[in-house]
Design a protein around this ligand. Structure first.
Ligand code: ADP
Ligand code: ASP
Ligand code: MG
Length: 413
């Protein structure tokens, strides 16, 4: 008998039929003798629908009330799934985030888990119940919080760590983690396994298949994590420390995200504290900046460019304009409708030619590169949004990601 945490995402519980299907999968696992804790998301696109209801009322909803609203989505699913199980004769109980002991910080909309009081879940398990927990939500004092969009993955992995489960299985609408998003690139190939670090990088760089904080938890607490389909019976992808297959592949996957905007602040004084003043002003106003480039164009002046998400442009411009006198820049220039495309792989660290190859592929396909950023295991470029999918496809071909690599070949690499 093993203790297992399973998680089913929005599409997988998107209708009554699908909820019944999930219930029958749970029934099967239970019949194998496992102790089961199951985390679920809100049905289908219901979280998006709740967000748009709020925007029909206000453009500036209070974060507390947004959490109050969005947390209702998961509560619908836990009760319906539990009823479906009970109808099948499976003993089950549903718990909201606070009933499950999911303690978080106060920061509404993006709360971090601080502690999980597992007493209630343990008690329900020992009574023989399958425990169905609402994903994405927690509690701070007596306030309901949410963990950020896509956060049910994090609920599941954090519970697996706290309950010392033998594994955490994330069931979703794709059959595993692919070399890139299979919805955009037909030739994307499912990976047998991927390391925590590579997966974390992919998730942070836009691969929406897993919430980045879920991967962080899995890595820190060594939770064996699997991503698989809730609909098709097929082996999924293991996310784990030691990747035995495909080890040291230079590029393992490609992540991408749109809604990137590049802002350039021109004619700043060329002084030691210019960067610190500029980015302090932005961070004090909670503007998140990604890639930064500094250009000196004469002895006295520099231009500084940085990328942000599209949705924060208005706020960014307001912060800069307010600080113009202090920062002493000439003007601001910005480019919208950009995207970030990133190649990720742990073998990159020992392979200096990868970035060069990436740039060459993009140049050959007339894709203009606006910004570049690198780390030991990734190279990211900012390009026009219109070039995004083409760039991903070209890079996927150039790095031969569609091809299965045999273990023998890797050893020879
Ligand atoms: P869930 O509702 O089950 O949490 P999500 O929509 O959050 O599902 O995540 C699954 C989606 O992630 C897939 O439908 C796919 O479009 C997207 N995705 C992005 N990058 C990848 C990738 N590298 N491998 C697999 N899926 C990916
Ligand atoms: N329902 C939430 C969302 O749509 C959380 C999740 O699905 O993980 O973001
Ligand atoms: Mg998700």
């Amino acid at each position: 008998m093993a203790r297992i945490v399973q998680k089913y995402g929005g599409t997988s519980v998107g209708s009554v039929e699908r909820i019944k299907h999930v219930a029958s999968r749970i029934q099967r696992s239970k019949a194998e003798g496992h102790e089961l804790v199951v985390v679920v998301s809100a049905m289908g696109k219901s979280t998006d629908e709740l967000v748009s209801l709020a925007t029909e009322i206000t453009n500036t909803p209070s974060k507390r009330e947004m959490d109050m609203l969005l947390s209702t989505g998961e509560q619908v699913t836990i009760s319906l799934l539990t009823m479906a199980l009970q109808e099948m004769g499976v003993q089950a109980i549903s718990l909201t985030g606070w009933q499950a002991g999911m303690k978080t910080e106060t920061s509404h909309g993006n709360a971090r888990i601080t502690d999980i009081k597992t007493k209630r879940i343990e008690a329900e398990l020992s009574q023989g119940n399958v425990v169905i927990v609402a994903g994405f939500q927690g509690v701070s004092g007596s306030e309901i919080t949410t963990l950020g969009r896509g956060g049910s993955d994090t609920t599941a992995v954090a519970l697996a760590a706290a309950l010392k489960a033998s594994r955490c299985d994330i069931y979703t609408d794709v059959t595993g983690v692919f070399t890139t998003d299979p919805r955009y690139v037909q030739k994307a190939r499912k990976l047998h396994s991927i390391s925590y670090d590579e997966m974390l990088e992919m998730a942070n760089l836009g691969a929406g298949v897993l919430h980045p904080r879920a991967v962080e938890f899995a890595k820190n607490y060594e939770v064996p994590l699997m991503v698989a389909s809730s609909m098709v019976e097929e082996v999924g992808t293991m996310i784990e420390e030691e990747v035995t297959m495909e080890q040291n592949l230079v590029v393992r996957g490609i992540a991408f995200e749109n809604d990137v905007t590049k802002v350039t602040v021109r004619g700043l004084p060329n002084r030691l504290n210019t960067l610190s003043k500029l980015f302090t002003a932005l961070s004090e106003n909670q503007v998140n900046v990604d890639i930064i480039i500094q250009n000196q164009y004469d002895d006295e002046h520099v231009n500084i460019s940085f990328s942000i998400t599209q949705s924060t442009l208005k706020e960014t411009l307001a912060v800069l304009q307010n600080a113009q006198e202090e920062l002493q820049f000439t003007d601001i220039y910005f480019e919208e409708e950009l995207a970030k495309v990133s190649i990720v792989g742990s073998g990159m660290v020992s392979n200096p030619g990868v970035a060069a190859q990436m740039f060459a592929v993009l140049a050959d396909n007339e894709v203009a590169i606006k910004m570049v950023s690198t780390s030991e295991i990734k190279v990211s470029v900012v390009v026009e949004e219109a070039d995004m999918v083409l760039a991903v496809e070209m890079l996927h071909n150039a790095f031969q990601l569609a091809e299965e690599v045999e273990e023998a070949e890797i050893e020879a690499m």
